[in-house]
Design a protein around this ligand. Structure first.
Ligand code: PMP
Length: 356
């Protein structure tokens, strides 16, 4: 016991005060909490993936540069291979970006509420988070952002586009102003690009400080853990130096390659999710006691008049897991539901109606 407390005392202060990223693993038959694609890959495509995986030599390290997968991703995004870096999820790329640009007690700027990993990784790496509240309509408070930018030379700025958990895209003109004014790396995190269709990618040619993040997690390949960074080659080269070797394993590389070569199947699923999002939104609009926020992601944020914690628990009791975002401030009594299959969404609506 005594030994344990001694070693614990050696843990860095920033780590000790951190709270781990929480992905509550509550067993529920309907899982609408993690922005996953609810449709499994069709059997035919799964068999193709199995075929690609079978000959892999798992006694050997993977291709560290994931060259083949990068080539496909670069091609599908109209950029060069030198513009692309892959991570074990975009979470790892967020870490690599801050590691690359951070310095002792460096400041990392982002609006809140937003994706919690920006803050967790910032603190874990000994950097100082500067959090600027969004406006009431969840757009950027540009005056406060620019004042913060003027005051401090931040190491990195993160903008989730669309923003998780609010679901909206910030004003394009405000983002451009930030990219122009900030003499620092500006990360536009487009994790939900496949659902929003909105991107800053073409602007990497114009702005040398712009970094785009994407992920394969939301489009049906979450288990593979593949994140994508796209930026100018000179930036990619530097971030690549802090990337751990072999960060994307052989099985994931092969499976993602096959899945992306069959993009039409994935695109069909994405379209189905977008249609379901619109349908779910319309149905939720009809329920009194809910305030809805428009979303271009694969999830919808809503505020309940009744206590959101109770509604969250009520859903769990009926076998549905969503994400409880309820906290003081802008997310007061807010819940976030990921778009499921039409059957799942229908059941979710049915239960919500009984709880509101
Ligand atoms: N960025 C945003 C905005 C997200 O919402 C998420 C997932 N919740 C991620 C990045 C991380 O995605 P992954 O690590 O699975 O690629």
């Amino acid at each position: 016991m005594e030994k344990e407390s001694k070693i614990i005392n050696l843990v860095r202060g920033e780590v000790k005060t951190l709270r781990a990223y929480e992905a509550p693993e509550i067993p529920c038959k309907i899982k609408l909490d993690a922005q996953e694609n609810p449709y499994p890959l069709p059997v035919k495509l799964r068999n193709k993936i199995l075929k690609a995986i079978k000959p892999l030599l798992i006694n050997r390290y993977p291709d560290s540069g994931a060259k083949e997968l990068k080539r496909i991703i670069a091609g599908q995004n109209g950029v060069k291979v030198e513009n692309v870096l892959l991570g074990n999820g975009s979470d790892e790329l967020i870490q690599a970006i801050i590691t690359t640009f951070g310095r002792s007690q460096g400041k990392v700027l982002y609006p809140v509420p937003t994706f919690s990993m920006y803050g967790i990784i910032t603190k874990a790496l000994g950097q100082i988070p500067i959090e600027i509240p969004l406006q009431g309509d969840f757009d950027l408070d540009i005056d406060s952002m620019l004042t913060a930018i003027k005051k401090d030379r931040h190491r990195v700025i993160f903008l989730s586009y669309p923003n998780n958990p609010t679901g909206n895209c910030f004003s394009e003109s405000k983002i451009i102003e930030i990219i122009k004014r900030a003499k620092t790396a500006v990360v536009v995190d487009e994790a939900y690009f496949d659902f929003s269709g909105k991107t800053f990618l073409p602007l990497i040619r114009k702005y040398e400080n712009l970094i785009i993040l994407r992920t394969l997690s939301k489009i049906g390949l979450a288990a593979l853990r593949i994140g994508i960074l796209i930026a100018r080659p000179e930036i990619v080269k530097e971030i690549n130096k802090v990337r751990l070797p072999y960060n994307v394993n052989s099985l994931s590389q092969a499976a993602a390659r096959v899945a992306l070569e069959n993009r039409d199947i994935i695109d069909k699923q994405i379209n189905a999710i977008i249609n379901e999002r619109e349908r779910l939104y319309r149905e939720l609009l009809r329920i009194d006691g809910i305030r809805l926020f428009p979303s271009v992601g694969n999830f919808i944020l809503f505020r309940t008049i009744k206590n959101a914690d109770k509604i969250y628990q009520g859903l769990i009791n009926r076998g549905i897991l969503i994400r409880n975002m309820n906290q003081r401030g802008l997310l007061n009594n807010c819940l976030r539901v990921t778009i499921g299959t039409s059957h799942e969404n229908r059941y979710f609506l049915e239960v919500v109606r009984t709880l509101i």
